[in-house]
Design a binder for this molecule. Structure first.
Ligand code: TXA
Ligand code: MG
Length: 377
């Protein structure tokens, strides 16, 4: 077990998910502590959602601004709006019949799993959880260790991704240790996250229209098929109020190194694209080699092609690939891990292929890459 993270002393221990360790983590939660919790999407930093001190600790540990609300994670018995109301999480009197019908349909079909619903909040939930909003974000994780922890703690758990604010979400216990190990005690080991990007977040209009506030682990097409309804996406609608989803900040999921999103796949790049990339390279100091993040294909010839196009050597050992066969689920699972890996290499900056697929997890991957790149000049 490392007792040092870079220059910082490390406090946190990674616990194997034995019943004793889950109980120990649950007791810590009941005492207002925060715990690293595996989920199928990414690792979360979990605390008792009904304890304002615990919730404040989550914000402090992550250095998260208080305007960015948390997601509450519920146990397997909470699978309907009436159960969420009985748990004191939502206020059903504020929900129209059409929204009730659609929300229950989605809960039936997609819970437990990577789908977060925004619903009217119950007055007993501390305002800090929802950043003062009248709505609350809820999801039922399907990772068995998350479920065991919720059951043992006997309370729903508020849990944002377990990274420092704005940084890459962790998909392994070691990544949580690297992010927050100097400021928390326990991380439950649930293995690498199966999905690898966060849950899809949706909101309902009283008339029953549904907005996707964050693309994620449940594909838009799957939701549309289940409801036989087209969903609305804020990025396509200028009139959408950005503060309705305050966490949708431009720069997010960002590696420490500048990441430049190529306009096309490396195989499709032409001379006119190259001048733009060269401008970026001129503006961005790079005394070290360049890293490359590829979506799919054969990395060796792609690395060579880009080196030639740019007239700048890119070393094969600094290339990472999300899925050689173009499998979007594999790509999502690898995304944050590979970004983290490139971040630790001796490189100055990262060039990344965009994800242009509109299928499956394509939108979720594209969204993460766009936000990871927005700090770059
Ligand atoms: O997969 C996930 O959702 C992971 C795992 C740990 O469950 N959690 C996660 O939490 O991604 P976090 O805190 O990194 O992202 C939560 C986002 C907020 O940034 C915000 O965009 C949205 O959920 N959100 C939360 N409450 C909301 C509300 N009341 N209205 C609108 N958006 C809300
Ligand atoms: Mg996050």
């Amino acid at each position: 077990m490392p007792n040092q993270i870079g220059a910082l002393p490390c406090r946190a221990k990674i616990l194997s998910p034995t019943p004793e360790n889950i109980l120990q983590a649950a007791q810590a939660i009941q005492q207002g502590e925060v715990v690293g919790m595996p989920t199928e999407t990414v690792y979360g930093l979990a605390g008792d959602c009904r304890n304002a001190i615990a919730v404040a600790r989550i914000f402090k540990t992550k250095e998260r601004p208080s305007f960015d609300p948390l997601i509450v994670h519920v146990g397997l018995q909470a699978g309907s709006l009436s159960n969420l109301e009985a748990l004191g999480l939502i206020d059903s009197s504020q929900i129209s019949p059409i929204v009730r019908k659609r929300a229950d349909q989605l809960i039936q079909k997609f819970w437990p799993g990577p789908l977060t619903l925004i619903l009217p909040k119950h007055s007993e939930i501390p305002d800090l959880v929802t950043s003062g909003l009248p709505s609350i974000a809820i999801r039922m994780p399907r990772h068995p260790v998350a479920q065991a922890l919720i059951a043992a703690a006997q309370t729903p758990l508020a849990a944002p991704s377990a990274n420092r604010f704005g940084r890459i979400s962790p998909t392994t216990p070691e990544a949580v240790l690297e992010e927050l190990g100097d400021r928390m005690n326990w991380i439950l080991d649930g293995g690498p996250s199966q999905i690898g990007i966060e849950s899809t977040v949706i909101r309902f209009d009283p008339q029953g229209s549904i907005w996707i506030l964050r693309q994620g682990g449940t594909p838009q097409a799957a939701l549309e098929e289940a409801l036989q309804l087209s969903l609305l996406t804020p990025c396509l609608e200028d009139q959408f109020d950005r503060m309705a989803s305050p966490g949708m900040l431009e720069s997010h999921y960002a590696p420490k190194k500048p990441l430049y999103l190529l306009p096309k796949a490396v195989g499709e790049l032409h001379a006119e694209d190259v001048s733009k990339i060269s401008q970026f390279l001129t503006k961005t100091p790079h005394s070290l080699p360049i890293g490359l993040l590829l979506m799919n294909g054969d990395p060796q010839p792609m690395t060579q092609r880009l080196s030639q196009l740019l007239g700048h050597p890119i070393h094969f050992e600094n290339t990472a690939i999300l899925s050689p066969t173009g499998d979007l689920e594999e790509a999502a699972r690898n995304l944050f891990m590979k970004m983290r890996l490139l971040d630790t290499q001796e490189i100055s900056l990262i060039l990344s292929e965009p994800c242009l697929s509109t299928h499956g997890l394509g939108y979720g991957i594209a969204d993460r890459l766009k936000r990871a790149s927005s700090r770059s000049p």
